[in-house]
Design a protein around this ligand. Structure first.
Ligand code: FSX
Ligand code: SF4
Ligand code: F3S
Length: 365
């Protein structure tokens, strides 16, 4: 069902609200207040980049969290910033009409549109596990990606395969970067990711005409540059050795550290403790549940069991807690990537590796 919007959701943002959202995003990007007018000027420009938004194997949580009604200002700013030419969840067109829109948009904006991909791409058995308009996700991506100026993979699924790629990965699901080569690909993982991370990336693109600096996993540094553990409000409890031993105990009621009940914050990179979610400023650890590492590659395999302690973290003894063992997580992640590559080879997906005329990945700001 296409998503419908109320009148207030579609009303243009007031100047005051507009500047407020720009200030929030600037703060999340680590920019000084002096940059707000520049961001606002870029955001107010009538030249909106055309966007094609493809949905594959996913739950649509990424779109929902981006456009949900409790974020009316964010949703309106996003819809003001970009020209959403093809997006199955929100577009009115359906069936053949929708497919025609996709083809027309690709033709009209050849080499100029931003391609946003939501969801993983199943590669096993010639990709038959995800079909839209009788075409496989692999084929749709292969036909669309080479014509895009750049690609944003939104969510854990499009970035790294997500839950679909969890062992034993029955459909051979992979992320966009496993199939598309020679294109700038920005990964915005999280299940779902924070809307500010997407908004900041688009605003950066509009302001500086390039994407923000990325880490080695293709994630914007402004959003994924720091560990959860180093920004967490429960960190003083970790350092002092005060832990929740089981959910509901007195330590839990007093807001102690969730490491012993499975928090993966010590090996997860994301801005969640700072930008938080929804209008109430909540985030998983803040409301009493450990981080499950949803911004990291293969987290359904590397971060499970979710309610057991992360290995390789030194428990604070005489007071100070020291995190060690980043290497061991890295090895686990590499093993998962290796498995994904193995899947390619197994299904002969190499022939579907998509070459484009894109530019080099932006490495610096
Ligand atoms: Fe995946 Fe997006 Fe998780 Fe869902 O659609 S990142 S399953 S929240 O929302 O792709
Ligand atoms: Fe916070 Fe989790 Fe680190 Fe404890 S282990 S300080 S709850 S991020
Ligand atoms: Fe995901 Fe952990 Fe943030 S589970 S939403 S990265 S707190």
């Amino acid at each position: 069902m296409p998503r419908t919007f109320s009148e207030s959701e579609l009303a243009p943002l007031s100047r005051r609200d507009f500047l407020k959202v720009c200030a929030t995003v600037a703060a999340a990007m680590g920019l000084s207040d002096a940059m707000i007018p520049r961001l606002a000027a870029a955001a107010a420009s009538p030249a909106r980049p055309p966007v094609v938004w493809l949905h594959f194997q996913e739950c649509t949580g990424c779109t929902e969290s981006l456009l949900r009604a409790s974020h009316p200002d964010f949703a309106r700013l996003i819809l003001d910033l970009i020209s959403l030419d093809y997006h199955e969840t929100v577009m009115a067109a359906a069936g053949y009409q929708a497919e025609d829109v996709l083809q027309e948009t690709i033709k009209k904006y050849n080499g100029k549109f931003i391609l946003v991909v939501e969801g993983a791409i199943p590669t096993k058995d010639n990709g038959i596990y995800c079909k839209i308009g009788n075409r496989t996700a692999v084929d749709i991506l292969a036909d669309t990606a080479p014509h895009a100026a750049a690609i944003i993979a939104i969510g854990a699924c499009a970035s790294f395969g997500g839950i679909q790629a969890a062992a034993p990965n029955p459909t051979g699901a992979v992320g966009v970067q496993d199939l598309v080569k020679d294109k700038v690909i920005v990964n915005i993982p999280g299940c779902p990711p924070n809307p500010i991370s997407f908004l900041g990336t688009v605003l950066h693109f509009l302001t500086y005409k390039k994407f923000p600096a990325l880490d080695k996993l293709g994630r914007p540094m402004f959003a994924y540059g720091r560990k959860i553990h180093d920004q967490c409000e429960r960190r003083p409890h970790f350092d002092e050795g005060r832990f929740v031993e089981q959910f509901g105990d007195s330590g839990h009621r007093q807001g102690y550290c969730l490491y012993k009940v499975g928090c993966k914050g010590p090996e997860t990179f994301s801005n969640c403790p700072v930008v938080r979610f929804c209008d109430v400023g909540a985030w998983p650890v803040g409301v009493g549940h450990g981080c499950i590492g949803c911004t990291e590659p293969g987290f359904w395999d590397t971060m499970t069991p979710f309610y057991e302690r992360l290995p390789g973290v030194e428990i604070p003894g005489g007071g100070q807690g020291i995190v060690v063992g980043a290497d061991s997580a890295g090895k686990k992640i590499l093993a998962v990537t290796g498995a994904a590559i193995g899947i390619h080879a197994a299904v002969g997906i190499g022939r579907r590796i998509i070459k484009g005329a894109g530019s080099d990945r932006t490495k610096e700001d």
